[in-house]
Design a protein around this ligand. Structure first.
Ligand code: SF4
Length: 241
């Protein structure tokens, strides 16, 4: 993992993001990020905060109003219902003495307690919980999204076919404290920019020398070319027959 971090840092640099201390905002932002890009997520989030400035207002608004506010983020019908369900669940199980609709108590809570609370909220899984805890407080969590999972699996760091909980546990066990954010961000960037799902650019990859999957993709990419040569050969043979 040390070599992976060093090589990715040489390509992408070291992320400079600092924990922002706003877990509820991070939770809503993470719900909005599902199945869309960062720009549309941010537009949806800003529209929501402009139209409904408090979390109580978001919780209590007609769902159609929330849906309309977050429409630029896609699948707004599902996301609006999920956001309101989460806010109602937090209100029903308040932990912050000063404010029922708040996750600020997590700043002083044990990591396990915060994680367990989050993954019991409606529609919240390990990845979303990890985003909240890492980006809000810099805690020892590493969100394993589709890019991190793909890169980690191809490098044989993560077990192919593992479920989300196992992937997160494996990633946590591999990640030295203090390197969570950097590994998450740079593995995600690497997955987006180089280690693509269908056609990874292995020839340009900074991790190629340590990657056990490199040859597999070269072979897979060669096979269609070999197959596609057959019809041309057959056609040529038929033409000369
Ligand atoms: S060598 Fe290819 S498969 Fe391996 S990490 Fe790089 S791009 Fe991904």
């Amino acid at each position: 993992m040390v070599r992976v971090r060093e090589r990715l840092r040489a390509v992408f640099g070291e992320p400079r993001m600092r924990p922002h201390g706003h877990p509820l905002a991070e939770l809503v932002l993470t719900v909005l990020s599902q199945s869309t890009n960062d720009r549309n997520r941010d537009v949806a989030y800003l529209r929501l905060r402009e139209r409904l400035p408090s979390w109580e207002a978001v919780r209590d608004a007609p769902v159609a109003e929330v849906e309309e506010a977050i429409r630029p983020g896609g699948i707004s019908k599902v996301k609006s219902q999920r956001i309101q369900a989460i806010l109602r669940a937090i209100s029903a199980d308040p932990r912050d003495p000063a404010h029922e609709l708040s996750l600020d108590w997590m700043a002083d809570a044990a990591l396990d307690e915060s994680r367990d609370y989050l993954i019991r909220l409606p529609g919240v899984g390990r990845k979303t919980a990890a985003c909240v805890l890492l980006f809000s407080y810099g805690l020892h969590e590493v969100p394993v999204d589709t890019h991190v999972s793909r890169v980690g699996t191809r490098l044989h760091l993560l077990r192919p076919g593992a479920g989300f909980a196992e992937l997160h546990d494996q990633m946590l066990a591999l990640t030295p404290p203090g390197q969570e954010l950097e590994l998450h961000v740079n593995m995600l960037r690497h997955g987006r920019r180089t280690c693509h799902a269908r056609a990874p650019a292995c020839d340009e990859c900074a991790l190629a020398r340590m990657c056990p999957s490199r040859g597999l993709f070269a072979a897979a990419q060669a096979r269609p070319r070999a197959r596609s040569a057959q019809p041309r050969g057959s056609t040529a043979k038929a033409m000369t027959a």
